[in-house]
Design a protein around this ligand. Structure first.
Ligand code: SF4
Length: 245
């Protein structure tokens, strides 16, 4: 078939919302899954609920009569610019936050800066209050069957999990990254998350609640070693026992 009769190669568009600058083919999303190419147009995939509320927003680029491409000017001094922790966008970034929303709540000006920080480097350290063996140190912790972290060094008698981090969020498959991100978000929003540990237990963990280990809610655990028993709890023992050894 002559070249000029072949389907034209689909044009990729370039997202410039962060320094990764993905080239995105039609029907695909960029590396962060936030932006996609929909019939040649760059579209957002996640709703920004603050924006949808109708609150006044400052667009990253002027979209109206003065529409323009970003010229590399970091602060665009000709317009209001919020400087604050979190006012940048993705790390390591040189652009202002793409969405800045202001609204008045009970007579107070509120400014919300949506930083759009990608989750790549985020992690969570989870303290499991139990005396039980949950798995060997370094054992892989899984959610939805995907590796999301590992068992790390115990601290003060509690078992500790290290979850997330760049290797699980972006270093593995997309499924692994999504399962990791989902587990971290749910834990940080105080929701229940079920995890399994390779060669160890299945646990339901939730911030502020005792862990449920292999179906049994944990009730008690030792709180310290012998010296802690005397050094920290002498007052509580006093009057109940003659001697603590
Ligand atoms: S915002 Fe997402 S899609 Fe856009 S360049 Fe960055 S990683 Fe790629």
């Amino acid at each position: 078939m002559p070249d000029d009769l072949r389907d034209p190669k689909p044009v990729k568009i370039r997202c410039d919302a962060c320094p990764v600058m993905c080239f995105i083919a039609d029907g695909k999303s960029g590396a962060c899954d936030r932006y996609a190419n929909h019939a040649g147009e760059l579209v957002r995939l996640d709703p920004l609920t603050v924006i949808q509320s109708g609150a006044k927003a400052v667009a990253f680029l002027d979209q109206s009569n003065n529409a323009q491409d970003w010229d590399g000017d970091v602060i665009q001094g000709g317009r209001d610019f919020v400087t604050a922790v979190g006012a940048g966008t993705t790390y390591p970034d040189y652009k202002p936050a793409p969405f800045i929303v202001s609204q008045e709540v009970d007579g107070i000006d509120m400014v919300t800066v949506v930083t759009e920080g990608i989750f790549s480097y985020c992690g969570v350290k989870v303290k499991i209050d139990t005396d039980r063996h949950i798995g060997e140190e370094r054992a892989v912790v899984r959610a939805e069957g995907e590796a999301i972290g590992h068992v790390m060094t115990s601290e003060y008698g509690s078992k500790m999990l290290s979850l997330g981090g760049v290797e699980h969020l972006t270093g593995g498959s997309k499924k692994e990254g999504r399962a990791t991100c989902d587990a971290l978000l749910r834990l940080c929003n105080r929701e229940r998350v079920e995890v399994t540990i390779d060669g160890g237990v299945t646990m339901v963990i939730e911030a502020g609640k005792a862990p449920i280990i292999n179906g049994t809610p944990e009730k008690l655990m030792r709180v310290g070693c012998g010296s802690a028993t005397i050094g920290m709890f002498a007052k509580q023992w006093f009057g109940h026992v003659d001697e603590v050894v």
